[in-house]
Write a protein that binds this ligand. Structure first.
Ligand code: T3D
Length: 262
């Protein structure tokens, strides 16, 4: 029995790649897939050999959100609330807390909670043919799995509200303009560029990158003075790393640093 049935998990060149693998449903989430994503994220978190992650989708879609085939017409009291809390929240929480850089390689449409998944990653590279879609409103739901939180912070209230209530596909080029995508790539080179980007980050001082993620997560809810104090605390930790010693030594010796991520 393979470890995962609805995703593919691969580690190459210190990069763990999670590929959502239900292409016939545009990689729509099932409970099994959500559980397997969380399990694979924990695996990547614990594996010292993994220093960066890539999340992508098999086939022509990135992820179409909740599998609507499993939706009931009249959900019972608390059903959706409990479903989100039990199945979606852990995935988004893991993505934001894992102290390794996570890149979404958005190969096609990212809709509903699939858009939330893309937005929860630290960085996004999108195929020029891909799009983000806040599909929730199109079926009478509200954005969930962190989409409201990510959108207002990434594009501001007015644009976030427009994106959420219009329910229209935002093409990759517009995502880049809005800052929702960091980079674009042609579809045929997307994965090569995403892997190269992830491998490049994996070769950097990834312990410090993890602390940077921790600091920026905290900065979202702190004052300036609190942020400066927290940065000072984390700087002390970073300065105790082998990577710091190596970084300074390499600078003095005028050579490229060889970081170990610790
Ligand atoms: O319980 C809870 O926890 C609540 C949580 C909710 C979170 C959510 O994510 S709610 C939002 C759910 N997602 C959607 O509403 C998106 C629905 N899909 C679409 O709007 C469109 O499919 C897309 C815009 C994503 C793509 O359009 P297009 O034209 O490129 O493809 P298509 O032909 O519509 O889809 C291709 C196939 O995928 C098709 O199957 P078929 O007809 O070839 O057998 C379609 O039914 C299937 N598919 C697409 N999205 C889903 C799906 N099957 C199940 N669930 C889907 N979400």
């Amino acid at each position: 029995m393979p470890e995962y049935e609805t995703i593919l998990y691969d580690v190459t060149n210190a990069v763990a790649t999670l590929t959502l693998n239900r292409p016939e449903r545009l990689n729509a989430f099932t409970d099994q897939m959500l559980a397997e994503i969380v399990k694979s994220l924990k695996q990547a978190e614990q594996d010292e050999a993994v220093r960066a992650l890539l999340v992508t989708g098999a086939g022509r879609g990135f992820c179409a959100g909740q599998d609507l085939g499993s939706f009931q017409d009249s959900p019972s009291d608390n059903q959706l609330y409990e479903h989100i809390m039990e199945h979606y929240r852990p995935m988004i929480k893991m993505l934001r807390s894992i102290e390794k850089p996570v890149i979404a390689a958005v190969n096609g449409v990212a809709a509903g909670a699939g858009a939330s998944l893309a937005l929860a990653c630290d960085l996004r590279i999108m195929a020029t043919t891909a799009s983000l879609l806040q599909a929730f409103g199109n079926i009478g739901l509200v954005p969930d799995s962190g989409s409201t939180w990510f959108l207002v912070r990434q594009v501001g209230f007015g644009r976030a509200f427009e994106i959420a209530v219009e329910g229209e596909r935002i093409p990759a080029k517009r995502c880049l303009e809005l800052g929702l995508a960091n980079r674009l790539a042609e579809p045929e080179t997307l994965m090569a560029e995403a892997r190269a980007w992830a491998a490049k980050l994996a070769g950097r001082a990834t312990y410090a990158i993890g602390l940077t993620k921790r600091a920026m997560n905290r900065a979202l809810t702190s004052t300036l003075l609190e942020a400066i104090e927290y940065e000072a605390h984390l700087q002390q930790l970073a300065a105790g790393s082998q990577d710091f010693v190596e970084g300074v030594q390499a600078f003095r010796e005028k050579r490229a640093a060889v970081f170990k991520g610790k």
